[in-house]
Design a binder for this molecule. Structure first.
Ligand SMILES: *[C@@H]1O[C@H](CO)[C@@H](O)[C@H](O)[C@H]1NC(C)=O
Ligand SMILES: *[C@@H]1O[C@H](CO)[C@@H](O)[C@H](O)[C@H]1NC(C)=O
Ligand SMILES: *[C@@H]1O[C@H](CO)[C@@H](O)[C@H](O)[C@H]1NC(C)=O
Length: 180
């Protein structure tokens, strides 16, 4: 397991395919949150949104500030026999980003409807640390996935607005239906 300590301020170019976007000015990301001891998914819009890079090497590209991170980990899910690796019910270890480099994951909740899945290049946020949620959430990791977990310094999540008290997938499906 590789320990990347103290990633400093990070501004990433986020490919449109990397995660759900609202096609406009920022990234929509699934966030595992908790209320009344129960975990569920919200859809967060990262704030402030995309800017145009002035930095050598990416001039003119869209960049989104993801804020500081601390003690990031690269996690390798075993390939095993190729079946998903059941992470079981658990609380988030930290309030953190989870970036899927390869593979993917599906998250659902023992006491709340809703779920979300991400594929390679997908991102989600987890905040339901011990003490905030009795049972936490349930994660099924795709075999052989590579993930980076990157905790928020002092547990304070990246700037965001809550777009929906459902996953972004459910929010976007709903928005799509309304447009029809
Ligand atoms: C790049 O420069 C422009 C013009 O000064 C500014 O509006 C924009 O915010 C800058 N982008 C970043 C990522 O700092
Ligand atoms: C990130 O950390 C640096 C150094 O401590 C600090 O100056 C900066 O304000 C932090 N950025 C954010 C977005 O919190
Ligand atoms: C959350 O659940 C734990 C474990 O069952 C319990 O000790 C705690 O009092 C609960 N907190 C709230 C706010 O309901």
């Amino acid at each position: 397991m590789c320990l990347l300590s103290s990633l400093s301020f990070l501004a990433l170019s986020v490919a449109i395919s990397a995660a759900a976007t609202d096609g406009e000015d920022s990234l929509l990301v699934n966030a595992i949150v908790s209320r009344d001891n129960i975990s569920f998914a919200e859809c967060w819009k990262v704030e402030p949104g995309f800017q145009i890079s002035n930095v050598t090497g990416t001039v003119g590209d869209q960049v989104l500030a993801l804020g500081n991170m601390s003690n990031a980990l690269l996690i390798i899910i075993p390939e095993g026999d190729g079946t998903p690796n059941d992470g079981g019910l658990h609380n988030g270890a930290h309030a953190q980003w989870v970036f899927a480099l390869t593979g993917g994951a599906t998250v659902d909740f023992p006491e709340h409807p809703g779920r979300f899945s991400i594929g390679a290049g997908g991102i989600f946020i987890s905040t339901d640390i011990i003490g905030t949620s009795r049972l936490g959430h349930h994660t099924l990791w795709d075999a052989g996935s590579h993930f980076i977990q990157a905790p928020f310094p002092d547990g304070v999540p990246v700037g965001h607005t809550v777009v929906a008290e459902t996953s972004c997938d459910e929010f976007l499906a709903m928005a799509g239906k309304e447009e029809e």
